[in-house]
Design a protein around this ligand. Structure first.
Ligand SMILES: Nc1nc2c(ncn2[C@@H]2O[C@H](COP(=O)(O)OP(=O)(O)OP(=O)(O)O)[C@@H](O)[C@H]2O)c(=O)[nH]1
Ligand SMILES: [Mg+2]
Length: 299
Protein backbone atom coordinates (compact mmCIF):
# COMPACT_ATOMS: atom_id res chain seq x y z
CA UNK A 1 0.00 0.00 0.00
CA UNK A 2 1.13 3.51 -0.78
CA UNK A 3 1.95 5.57 2.28
CA UNK A 4 -0.28 8.68 2.00
CA UNK A 5 1.90 10.61 4.40
CA UNK A 6 4.42 10.99 1.57
CA UNK A 7 1.80 13.34 0.16
CA UNK A 8 2.29 12.89 -3.57
CA UNK A 9 -0.69 12.51 -5.87
CA UNK A 10 -1.00 11.38 -9.48
CA UNK A 11 -3.73 10.51 -11.95
CA UNK A 12 -5.14 10.58 -15.44
CA UNK A 13 -7.38 13.45 -16.48
CA UNK A 14 -9.30 13.12 -19.76
CA UNK A 15 -9.89 16.44 -21.52
CA UNK A 16 -13.02 16.23 -23.64
CA UNK A 17 -15.50 18.44 -25.47
CA UNK A 18 -16.78 19.14 -28.93
CA UNK A 19 -14.37 19.71 -31.84
CA UNK A 20 -12.72 23.15 -31.72
CA UNK A 21 -13.62 23.70 -28.03
CA UNK A 22 -9.99 24.60 -27.27
CA UNK A 23 -8.72 21.37 -25.66
CA UNK A 24 -5.31 21.15 -27.33
CA UNK A 25 -4.71 24.90 -26.95
CA UNK A 26 -5.49 24.74 -23.23
CA UNK A 27 -3.11 21.82 -22.72
CA UNK A 28 -0.24 23.46 -24.62
CA UNK A 29 -0.74 26.54 -22.47
CA UNK A 30 -0.91 24.62 -19.20
CA UNK A 31 2.22 22.58 -19.95
CA UNK A 32 4.01 25.66 -21.31
CA UNK A 33 5.12 23.99 -24.56
CA UNK A 34 3.60 23.60 -27.98
CA UNK A 35 3.08 19.83 -27.98
CA UNK A 36 -0.40 19.20 -29.36
CA UNK A 37 -1.53 20.38 -32.77
CA UNK A 38 -4.08 23.17 -32.85
CA UNK A 39 -6.24 24.49 -35.67
CA UNK A 40 -8.96 27.00 -36.43
CA UNK A 41 -10.60 24.11 -38.29
CA UNK A 42 -12.50 21.55 -36.21
CA UNK A 43 -11.53 17.87 -35.82
CA UNK A 44 -7.83 18.55 -35.68
CA UNK A 45 -6.83 16.03 -32.99
CA UNK A 46 -7.23 12.41 -34.08
CA UNK A 47 -5.55 10.36 -31.37
CA UNK A 48 -5.11 10.52 -27.62
CA UNK A 49 -2.01 12.30 -26.42
CA UNK A 50 -0.69 12.38 -22.86
CA UNK A 51 0.52 15.75 -21.62
CA UNK A 52 2.09 15.69 -18.18
CA UNK A 53 1.99 18.63 -15.80
CA UNK A 54 3.63 18.76 -12.37
CA UNK A 55 1.59 20.94 -10.03
CA UNK A 56 3.12 21.20 -6.56
CA UNK A 57 3.00 17.64 -5.20
CA UNK A 58 0.67 16.36 -7.93
CA UNK A 59 1.48 14.77 -11.26
CA UNK A 60 -1.41 15.39 -13.63
CA UNK A 61 -1.43 13.22 -16.72
CA UNK A 62 -3.78 15.03 -19.07
CA UNK A 63 -5.15 13.07 -21.99
CA UNK A 64 -5.95 15.26 -25.00
CA UNK A 65 -8.72 13.71 -27.08
CA UNK A 66 -10.43 14.21 -30.44
CA UNK A 67 -13.56 16.36 -30.21
CA UNK A 68 -16.69 14.38 -29.45
CA UNK A 69 -18.84 14.23 -32.56
CA UNK A 70 -20.66 11.64 -34.58
CA UNK A 71 -20.15 10.98 -38.26
CA UNK A 72 -20.49 8.00 -40.52
CA UNK A 73 -16.88 7.90 -41.62
CA UNK A 74 -14.75 5.17 -40.06
CA UNK A 75 -12.00 7.61 -39.10
CA UNK A 76 -14.53 9.67 -37.13
CA UNK A 77 -15.72 6.56 -35.35
CA UNK A 78 -12.14 5.88 -34.34
CA UNK A 79 -11.88 9.46 -33.06
CA UNK A 80 -15.04 9.18 -30.98
CA UNK A 81 -13.78 5.92 -29.59
CA UNK A 82 -10.52 7.58 -28.54
CA UNK A 83 -12.45 10.13 -26.49
CA UNK A 84 -14.63 7.45 -24.91
CA UNK A 85 -11.63 5.30 -24.02
CA UNK A 86 -9.83 8.24 -22.43
CA UNK A 87 -12.91 8.98 -20.33
CA UNK A 88 -13.22 5.34 -19.32
CA UNK A 89 -9.59 5.15 -18.19
CA UNK A 90 -9.45 8.42 -16.27
CA UNK A 91 -9.55 9.40 -12.59
CA UNK A 92 -11.21 12.68 -13.46
CA UNK A 93 -12.67 14.33 -16.56
CA UNK A 94 -12.37 17.94 -17.62
CA UNK A 95 -15.21 18.93 -19.95
CA UNK A 96 -14.52 21.97 -22.11
CA UNK A 97 -17.14 24.15 -23.74
CA UNK A 98 -16.68 27.55 -25.35
CA UNK A 99 -18.51 30.16 -23.25
CA UNK A 100 -20.71 30.97 -26.25
CA UNK A 101 -22.03 27.39 -26.55
CA UNK A 102 -25.52 26.39 -25.51
CA UNK A 103 -25.72 23.69 -22.85
CA UNK A 104 -26.77 20.95 -25.28
CA UNK A 105 -23.24 19.54 -25.72
CA UNK A 106 -22.85 19.43 -21.94
CA UNK A 107 -26.16 17.67 -21.54
CA UNK A 108 -25.06 15.02 -24.05
CA UNK A 109 -21.81 14.63 -22.12
CA UNK A 110 -23.74 14.16 -18.86
CA UNK A 111 -25.66 11.31 -20.43
CA UNK A 112 -22.35 9.72 -21.49
CA UNK A 113 -20.68 9.88 -18.06
CA UNK A 114 -23.76 8.90 -16.12
CA UNK A 115 -23.09 5.16 -16.20
CA UNK A 116 -19.50 5.24 -15.01
CA UNK A 117 -19.94 8.10 -12.58
CA UNK A 118 -16.42 9.55 -13.02
CA UNK A 119 -16.20 13.01 -11.47
CA UNK A 120 -15.81 16.00 -13.76
CA UNK A 121 -14.96 19.68 -13.87
CA UNK A 122 -16.47 22.06 -16.43
CA UNK A 123 -14.19 24.61 -18.09
CA UNK A 124 -15.74 27.50 -20.02
CA UNK A 125 -13.20 28.33 -22.71
CA UNK A 126 -12.49 31.41 -24.85
CA UNK A 127 -13.99 33.84 -22.33
CA UNK A 128 -11.98 36.61 -23.99
CA UNK A 129 -14.61 36.47 -26.76
CA UNK A 130 -17.39 37.87 -24.53
CA UNK A 131 -18.17 40.50 -21.89
CA UNK A 132 -17.99 39.79 -18.15
CA UNK A 133 -21.80 39.88 -17.90
CA UNK A 134 -22.09 37.13 -20.53
CA UNK A 135 -19.68 34.94 -18.56
CA UNK A 136 -21.80 35.42 -15.43
CA UNK A 137 -24.96 34.65 -17.38
CA UNK A 138 -23.48 31.40 -18.69
CA UNK A 139 -22.25 30.42 -15.22
CA UNK A 140 -25.83 30.98 -14.08
CA UNK A 141 -27.19 28.64 -16.75
CA UNK A 142 -24.81 25.88 -15.67
CA UNK A 143 -25.96 26.20 -12.04
CA UNK A 144 -28.87 24.01 -13.01
CA UNK A 145 -26.37 21.13 -12.98
CA UNK A 146 -24.32 22.20 -9.97
CA UNK A 147 -24.76 18.87 -8.22
CA UNK A 148 -23.26 17.09 -11.23
CA UNK A 149 -19.91 18.90 -11.59
CA UNK A 150 -17.15 19.41 -9.00
CA UNK A 151 -16.43 22.94 -10.19
CA UNK A 152 -16.94 25.29 -13.12
CA UNK A 153 -13.99 27.41 -14.20
CA UNK A 154 -13.93 30.27 -16.72
CA UNK A 155 -10.77 30.05 -18.85
CA UNK A 156 -8.92 32.02 -21.49
CA UNK A 157 -5.59 31.13 -23.03
CA UNK A 158 -5.36 34.52 -24.72
CA UNK A 159 -5.93 36.41 -21.45
CA UNK A 160 -4.12 33.82 -19.30
CA UNK A 161 -7.09 33.28 -17.01
CA UNK A 162 -7.96 30.12 -15.10
CA UNK A 163 -4.77 28.04 -15.10
CA UNK A 164 -4.01 27.99 -11.38
CA UNK A 165 -7.63 27.56 -10.42
CA UNK A 166 -7.94 24.59 -12.78
CA UNK A 167 -4.75 22.87 -11.60
CA UNK A 168 -5.63 23.38 -7.92
CA UNK A 169 -9.09 21.98 -8.49
CA UNK A 170 -7.80 18.94 -10.39
CA UNK A 171 -5.20 18.20 -7.69
CA UNK A 172 -7.97 18.12 -5.08
CA UNK A 173 -9.65 15.21 -6.82
CA UNK A 174 -6.68 13.01 -7.75
CA UNK A 175 -5.70 10.05 -5.58
CA UNK A 176 -2.61 9.82 -3.37
CA UNK A 177 -0.08 7.89 -5.39
CA UNK A 178 3.59 7.77 -6.25
CA UNK A 179 4.38 9.66 -9.46
CA UNK A 180 3.60 7.52 -12.49
CA UNK A 181 6.18 9.05 -14.84
CA UNK A 182 9.55 10.71 -14.56
CA UNK A 183 8.89 14.24 -13.30
CA UNK A 184 10.94 15.72 -16.16
CA UNK A 185 8.88 14.41 -19.05
CA UNK A 186 6.11 16.44 -20.65
CA UNK A 187 4.55 13.83 -22.90
CA UNK A 188 4.64 10.09 -23.50
CA UNK A 189 4.47 10.73 -27.25
CA UNK A 190 7.77 10.33 -29.05
CA UNK A 191 9.41 12.78 -31.42
CA UNK A 192 7.99 10.88 -34.40
CA UNK A 193 4.41 11.42 -33.22
CA UNK A 194 5.05 15.09 -32.57
CA UNK A 195 6.66 15.74 -35.96
CA UNK A 196 3.75 13.95 -37.59
CA UNK A 197 1.27 16.21 -35.81
CA UNK A 198 3.21 19.35 -36.71
CA UNK A 199 3.07 18.40 -40.39
CA UNK A 200 -0.66 17.66 -40.06
CA UNK A 201 -1.09 21.05 -38.40
CA UNK A 202 0.58 22.72 -41.35
CA UNK A 203 -1.80 20.91 -43.72
CA UNK A 204 -4.77 22.19 -41.66
CA UNK A 205 -3.34 25.67 -41.78
CA UNK A 206 -2.37 25.85 -45.44
CA UNK A 207 -4.88 23.73 -47.34
CA UNK A 208 -8.61 24.03 -47.67
CA UNK A 209 -11.73 22.02 -48.39
CA UNK A 210 -11.59 18.31 -47.75
CA UNK A 211 -7.81 17.92 -47.83
CA UNK A 212 -7.12 18.30 -44.09
CA UNK A 213 -9.76 15.66 -43.37
CA UNK A 214 -8.79 13.18 -46.07
CA UNK A 215 -5.05 13.26 -45.56
CA UNK A 216 -2.60 11.92 -43.07
CA UNK A 217 1.15 11.85 -42.58
CA UNK A 218 3.65 9.05 -42.14
CA UNK A 219 7.15 9.66 -40.93
CA UNK A 220 9.29 7.24 -42.93
CA UNK A 221 12.48 7.83 -40.99
CA UNK A 222 14.35 10.38 -38.92
CA UNK A 223 18.12 10.78 -38.98
CA UNK A 224 19.03 12.55 -35.78
CA UNK A 225 22.23 14.37 -35.01
CA UNK A 226 23.15 17.00 -32.44
CA UNK A 227 22.58 20.01 -34.67
CA UNK A 228 20.10 18.71 -37.19
CA UNK A 229 17.25 16.23 -37.66
CA UNK A 230 16.63 14.98 -41.18
CA UNK A 231 12.98 13.98 -41.41
CA UNK A 232 11.58 11.96 -44.31
CA UNK A 233 7.79 12.13 -44.43
CA UNK A 234 4.91 11.40 -46.79
CA UNK A 235 1.53 13.06 -46.94
CA UNK A 236 -1.11 10.48 -47.83
CA UNK A 237 -4.26 11.53 -49.66
CA UNK A 238 -7.34 9.70 -50.86
CA UNK A 239 -7.51 10.83 -54.48
CA UNK A 240 -5.16 11.62 -57.34
CA UNK A 241 -6.69 15.11 -57.71
CA UNK A 242 -5.84 15.91 -54.08
CA UNK A 243 -2.21 15.16 -54.75
CA UNK A 244 -2.18 17.85 -57.42
CA UNK A 245 -3.92 20.27 -55.08
CA UNK A 246 -1.27 19.78 -52.42
CA UNK A 247 1.71 19.95 -54.73
CA UNK A 248 0.32 23.03 -56.50
CA UNK A 249 1.71 24.96 -59.45
CA UNK A 250 5.44 24.32 -59.73
CA UNK A 251 5.37 22.74 -56.29
CA UNK A 252 4.54 25.99 -54.44
CA UNK A 253 1.79 24.29 -52.41
CA UNK A 254 3.93 21.57 -50.91
CA UNK A 255 6.75 24.04 -50.36
CA UNK A 256 4.44 26.20 -48.26
CA UNK A 257 3.24 23.20 -46.22
CA UNK A 258 6.83 22.07 -45.74
CA UNK A 259 8.10 25.48 -44.73
CA UNK A 260 5.61 26.13 -41.94
CA UNK A 261 5.92 22.53 -40.69
CA UNK A 262 9.71 22.86 -40.65
CA UNK A 263 9.55 26.12 -38.70
CA UNK A 264 7.34 24.54 -36.04
CA UNK A 265 9.58 21.47 -35.86
CA UNK A 266 12.63 23.68 -35.38
CA UNK A 267 10.88 25.58 -32.61
CA UNK A 268 9.99 22.34 -30.91
CA UNK A 269 13.35 20.59 -31.19
CA UNK A 270 15.66 23.59 -30.96
CA UNK A 271 17.59 22.09 -33.89
CA UNK A 272 17.78 22.74 -37.59
CA UNK A 273 15.37 20.54 -39.51
CA UNK A 274 15.76 19.19 -42.99
CA UNK A 275 12.31 18.07 -44.12
CA UNK A 276 11.92 15.79 -47.11
CA UNK A 277 8.19 15.81 -47.89
CA UNK A 278 6.37 13.81 -50.57
CA UNK A 279 2.75 13.11 -51.43
CA UNK A 280 1.31 9.67 -52.13
CA UNK A 281 -2.19 8.51 -53.01
CA UNK A 282 -3.80 5.68 -51.11
CA UNK A 283 -7.33 5.38 -52.45
CA UNK A 284 -9.99 5.61 -49.75
CA UNK A 285 -7.52 5.05 -46.87
CA UNK A 286 -9.76 6.72 -44.27
CA UNK A 287 -12.78 4.66 -45.23
CA UNK A 288 -11.57 1.13 -44.60
CA UNK A 289 -10.21 -0.64 -41.58
CA UNK A 290 -6.95 -1.76 -43.17
CA UNK A 291 -6.17 1.71 -44.49
CA UNK A 292 -6.76 3.24 -41.07
CA UNK A 293 -4.68 0.62 -39.28
CA UNK A 294 -1.76 1.34 -41.54
CA UNK A 295 -1.69 4.87 -40.13
CA UNK A 296 -2.02 3.79 -36.53
CA UNK A 297 -5.77 4.26 -36.14
CA UNK A 298 -6.56 0.81 -34.89
CA UNK A 299 -10.25 0.13 -34.59
N1 LIG B 1 -9.84 33.62 -28.48
C1 LIG B 1 -9.49 32.42 -28.03
N2 LIG B 1 -9.32 31.41 -28.91
C2 LIG B 1 -8.98 30.21 -28.43
C3 LIG B 1 -8.79 29.97 -27.04
N3 LIG B 1 -8.49 28.65 -26.87
C4 LIG B 1 -8.48 28.12 -28.11
N4 LIG B 1 -8.76 29.03 -29.05
C5 LIG B 1 -8.83 28.80 -30.52
O1 LIG B 1 -9.79 27.82 -30.81
C6 LIG B 1 -9.42 27.05 -31.98
C7 LIG B 1 -9.51 25.58 -31.70
O2 LIG B 1 -8.53 25.20 -30.75
P1 LIG B 1 -8.03 23.70 -30.56
O3 LIG B 1 -7.19 23.72 -29.33
O4 LIG B 1 -7.45 23.14 -31.80
O5 LIG B 1 -9.41 22.97 -30.24
P2 LIG B 1 -9.66 21.41 -29.90
O6 LIG B 1 -10.74 21.38 -28.88
O7 LIG B 1 -8.38 20.74 -29.54
O8 LIG B 1 -10.22 20.89 -31.29
P3 LIG B 1 -10.23 19.37 -31.92
O9 LIG B 1 -8.84 18.83 -31.80
O10 LIG B 1 -10.63 19.62 -33.34
O11 LIG B 1 -11.24 18.60 -31.16
C8 LIG B 1 -8.01 27.53 -32.35
O12 LIG B 1 -8.11 28.44 -33.41
C9 LIG B 1 -7.54 28.23 -31.07
O13 LIG B 1 -6.59 29.25 -31.32
C10 LIG B 1 -8.95 31.07 -26.13
O14 LIG B 1 -8.82 30.97 -24.89
N5 LIG B 1 -9.30 32.26 -26.68
MG1 LIG C 1 -7.38 19.17 -30.40
Amino acid sequence: MYDESVGTKAGFVAVVGRPNAGKSTLLNYVVGEKLAMVSKKAQATRKRMNIIVMHENTQIIFVDTPGIHQKERLLNQFMLDEALKAMGDSDLIVFLAPVTDKLTEYEKFLALVQAKGTKHIVVLTKIDHVKQEDILKKLGEYQKYQDRFEAIIPFSVNKKVGKKQLLDEIAKHLPYSPFLYDTEILTTDNIRDIYKELIRESIFENLSDEIPYESDVTIERIEESDEMDRVFATIIVEKEAQKGMIVGQKGVGIKRVGKSAREQMELFSGKKIFLDLHVAVKKGWSKNKEGLEEFGYII
